[in-house]
Design a binder for this molecule. Structure first.
Ligand code: NAD
Length: 499
């Protein structure tokens, strides 16, 4: 078979044995460029067993020694940044500069996790009772697994794997079958950086592989990122099998534009955050909410011009604003939503469906689209489109604008653009979403804070990276110790108290 990809198990690339394969496309040309092996349940169990075997020895390394592996890995990735970004872009379709950002935002979390000696420091209470000291320590869970989406094939696997292994766990990653090459290369670089074989494994596959992970009693924790229905399924199945789970889902991120906002700045923000990466970001802005008719009219007029001006190119044109969508199905889904929006009565101000890229007519390209007069009852508002389509929902006043993201089924990110600090502060406090940007359109928290959405954007109670990731990948053990120095106190039949 031409260009057959592999798994990464036990510190090396291994061929699939299930006989089942998926197609990996070049989204620029529309051609199948390789085949990814789809693991059987037996292959998954073998990878998990391998991870379990490697874990105790890895956990016995002191945290500083583990951190040195992460630091070496950071260096190797920086040295290889360009080829990682090109490999990523060739399977995903995002532009190479955007792909560099994908790798870098993952490395930011590796950098955070390299602080593990400090992050794992426990708590100590001296003299909690007479001669009694109490201390808590964080210990690894054992084997953790990650199931990740196509849209950030470097960043999200690193968000999962880096804190997990830094805490002393071993890790089994099941990346997206759409763009599996970068995760395997990253695992290989970890080995070059000194990670013992078996601590990080990559098993490619589809639902069969995922279900094998979810039901394997050896797996202690599952982290998922993807669409909401699957997130809910993974969360409930993992929990039913006694696993710790954190599952992040889809989004519909609103950007409120107040009448006092710098309108040109808001338009720049909407164009970048709405159309960058062809809208295939969980933190993309997909709904603009101008407050008041004059703001709305002026905003739509400016957006109309800018959306028509977008430069759509192949992943390898450095100057392109965005590239093709990941697959033909993804593009069809976006086009179906545009048809639906028209049927539902929204005004299609810019229609990107007719866009063709000269010389790449079979690529999965679509142009930028813009809807005005979208209303909350429409499906194009209620559901995630995941493409370069921005919907304008006009709000009469601030309270109506605040209600829109707060009442939406998704609660990932939201932004407000205003010059009024009082309004912005009030908004951040009251809005019902997990991440808020104030004059920042894509408020992805920095690596040492935690990332996560609310409502149908996040299932589970701990977020990704930052302090929450250390809590998620460890369990707390609390020791109460007493050194009686020869005093004899006899048996006590009452519950011990410190008083
Ligand atoms: P997806 O849900 O189709 O797939 C995600 C993962 O789940 C993949 O590894 C896939 O193989 C697996 N999977 C798919 N169907 C499955 C099934 N029926 N049973 C078990 N496993 C299954 O998502 P996608 O299309 O790869 O990614 C895009 C989605 O991810 C969007 O909804 C986007 O908003 C979301 N996303 C969310 C975040 C976040 O942090 N909230 C970040 C990035 C992407």
């Amino acid at each position: 078979m031409t260009n057959e990809l592999e798994h990464f198990i036990g510190g090396k690339r291994v061929r699939g044995t299930s006989g089942s394969y998926g197609d990996v496309y070049d989204p620029n040309t529309g051609r199948v460029q390789s085949h990814v092996p789809l693991a059987s349940a037996e292959e998954v169990r073998a990878a998990v067993a391998n991870a379990a075997e490697a874990q105790p020895e890895w956990a016995s390394w002191n945290p500083q020694k583990r951190a040195r592996v992460l630091m070496k890995f950071l260096q190797l990735c920086q040295d290889e940044m360009d080829s990682l970004a090109r490999l990523l872009a060739s399977e995903h379709g995002k532009t190479v500069p955007d792909a560099r950002g994908d790798v870098q935002r993952g490395l930011d979390v590796v950098e955070f996790a390299a602080g593990i000696p400090h992050l794992l420091k426990g708590e100590y209470s001296e003299g909690a009772g007479t001669g009694i000291d109490v201390y808590s320590m964080r210990q690894p869970l054992g084997v953790a697994a990650g199931i990740t989406p196509f849209n950030f094939p470097a960043m999200i696997p690193l968000w999962k794997a880096a804190p997990a292994i830094a805490c002393g766990n071993s890790f089994v990653l099941k990346p997206s079958e759409r763009d599996p090459s970068v995760p395997v290369r990253l695992a290989e670089l970890f080995i070059e950086a000194g990670l013992p074989p078996g601590v990080l494994n990559v098993v490619n596959g589809d639902k069969t592989a995922v279900d094998a992970v979810l039901t394997d009693p050896v797996v202690d924790a599952v982290g998922f990122v993807g669409s909401s229905d699957i997130a809910e399924y993974i969360y409930s199945t993992a929990a039913a099998h006694g696993k710790r789970a954190q599952c992040f889902g889809g989004a519909k991120n609103h950007m409120i534009v107040m009448p006092d906002a710098d309108l040109d700045g808001a338009v720049d923000a909407l164009i970048g955050a709405g159309y960058g990466s062809a809208g295939e970001r969980c933190m993309a802005i997909s709904v603009a909410v101008p407050v008041g008719k004059p703001t709305a009219d002026a905003l739509v007029e400016k957006l109309n011009e800018r959306v028509r001006d977008l430069s759509i190119g192949t992943s390898f044109e450095e100057s392109a604003d965005f590239g093709p969508l990941v697959t033909a199905e993804a593009r069809q889904k976006v086009h179906d939503y545009i048809d639906l929006g028209v049927e539902e009565g929204a005004e299609l101000v810019v229609d990107g469906r007719g866009f063709r890229k000269e010389g790449y007519e079979d690529g999965f390209f679509t142009g930028g689209s813009l809807f005005d007069h979208v209303t909350p009852d429409m499906r194009i508002y209620r559901e995630e489109i995941f493409g370069p389509v921005l919907s304008v929902v006009r709000a009469n006043d601030y309270e109506e604008a605040l209600r829109l993201p707060s009442e939406h089924q998704y609660g990932n990110g939201v932004a407000i653009f205003t010059r009024d600090g009082d309004a912005a502060r009030e908004f951040a406090g009251r809005v019902d979403t997990g991440m808020v940007g104030i004059n920042v359109p894509i408020p992805v928290p920095i690596a040492y804070h935690s990332f996560g959405g609310w409502k149908r954007s996040g299932f589970g109670d701990l977020n990704q990276h930052g302090p929450d990731s250390i809590r998620f990948y460890t369990q707390t053990k609390t020791v109460t110790s007493r050194w009686p120095s020869g005093r004899k106190e006899g048996a006590s039949f009452t519950i011990p108290t410190m008083g």
